[in-house]
Ligand binder design. Structure first.
Ligand code: NAD
Length: 361
């Protein structure tokens, strides 16, 4: 991403947690919920996904004020048929609802070997990789599809220049086998996550590639038209027709199977970010010789890394999940860079609730 002259500050892990917890408590979350949501968001910052970091508090404050997010709401088990667990999020904090539903699925998989979980109508789930990591830490493979409802669409279908979908993320995670760390492939099906466009817009930067299509059908690197355009531009789907197809698959798998619905205009919209998720959890121990899988995993990762690299120092071959672990280590040590614009927006959101998180530095 190109840098602008906008000021940035480095903020420590402690300050990020303290800021998030203060605002979440002011929104009304009890201590336990505030701790879960704050750690999820700050971990997203530490892992390099500022789009799902504490900047989201601005949206959560607005959403709670309008009743579109309801603090202190646990995952509600609507239906249990053994290998299928269906939850209703009832607009609770997604970071809490998602964690609880995933844990219930992990517990169930101990007896079933395979569990399908759906969660409908939860407030924003945040970084979906968090649930992939949770499952991987329990030794399980997970496959998740997510769609967005209640919010306006922001992603254009391939060949379209008007938004029709959310950024519908997909996550596939495998447990770390033997000495290897987990494989965590977790991405928005848009060319960039909406939050990354927001962070760039607040920071006054633009992207190295075209990420947005204007209503007139022009492609641009600037996220401005998404937030300031009248009518707004749309994010492009990743990988042309393939990404657009995957986004629609997530719309169907998450929206239909959870009963939470899709982005189609017959469903109500109130400006809240609401997610549905469908996750399949698999115990690899039930499927074959785990020692052989370990060896095969390791050999395949080594084979990947053995490919010739044009610029191994600046652009090394990485395995999904590695960039996040590398950033976690450096950001934990040095702090997280946040733009003045983003910090001001967070501070202002807190002030509307009567709390002042103070200056960034
Ligand atoms: P991204 O483009 O940064 O891609 C991340 C994935 O690619 C990770 O699995 C990462 O390990 C892997 N990766 C990155 N660089 C790599 C490299 N050089 N080599 C190998 N693998 C590499 O992610 P994104 O699309 O910007 O999504 C960011 C986050 O936004 C995700 O965590 C996603 O779950 C979240 N999201 C959430 C929602 C929601 O509604 N809750 C919507 C959209 C996105």
């Amino acid at each position: 991403m190109r840098r602008s002259t906008i000021e940035h500050v480095l903020i420590s892990y402690e300050k990020l947690i303290q800021t998030a917890t203060t605002i979440l408590r002011a929104i009304g979350s009890d201590k336990e919920e505030a701790d879960i949501v704050a750690s999820h968001m700050v971990e997203a910052n530490l892992k390099g996904h500022d789009s799902h970091g504490i900047g989201m508090l601005v949206q959560y404050v607005k959403q709670a004020a309008s009743g579109g997010l309801v603090p202190n709401t646990p995952a509600h088990l609507r239906s249990d048929s053994g290998v299928i667990l269906q939850f209703d999020g009832n607009r609770g904090f997604g970071q809490r609802v998602g964690k609880e539903a995933t844990q219930a699925g992990i517990d169930r998989t101990a007896s079933t070997g395979l569990t399908l979980i759906t969660v409908s109508n939860t407030s924003h789930l945040g970084r979906i990789g968090t649930y992939g990591e949770q499952a991987a830490a329990a030794g399980l493979v997970s496959i998740s599809f997510v769609n967005v409802i209640a919010f306006d669409p922001i992603v254009a279908p391939f060949a379209g220049s008007e938004p029709r979908m959310g950024t519908n993320p997909i996550c596939i995670a495998m447990p770390g086998l033997t000495d290897a760390e987990p494989f965590v492939l977790d991405f928005a099906t848009s060319v960039i996550a909406h939050g990354k466009a927001r962070v760039a817009w607040l920071a006054g930067t633009e992207f190295d590639e075209e990420v947005v299509v204007t209503p007139q059908g022009e492609r641009t690197r600037s996220p401005k038209t998404i937030f300031e355009g009248e009518p707004a531009g749309a994010l492009l789907a990743m990988a042309k027709h393939k990404g657009s197809g995957l986004a629609l698959a997530a719309e169907f798998l998450a929206g239909l199977l959870s009963s939470g619905g899709t982005m189609q205009p017959g469903n109500p919209k109130d400006g809240s970010i609401v997610n549905n998720i469908t996750t399949i959890l698999i115990d690899p121990n039930r499927l074959g010789d785990i020692e052989w899988m370990h060896a095969e995993y390791k050999a395949m990762v080594e084979y990947q890394r053995s490919a010739h690299q044009a610029d191994p120092e600046n652009n090394p071959i990485l395995i999904a999940g590695e960039p996040e672990r590398q950033r976690y280590a450096s950001r934990m040590r040095d702090g997280v860079e946040i733009s003045d614009g983003e910090w001001t927006a967070i501070r202002d959101a807190g002030l509307t609730l009567g709390v002042d998180v103070g200056e960034a530095a």
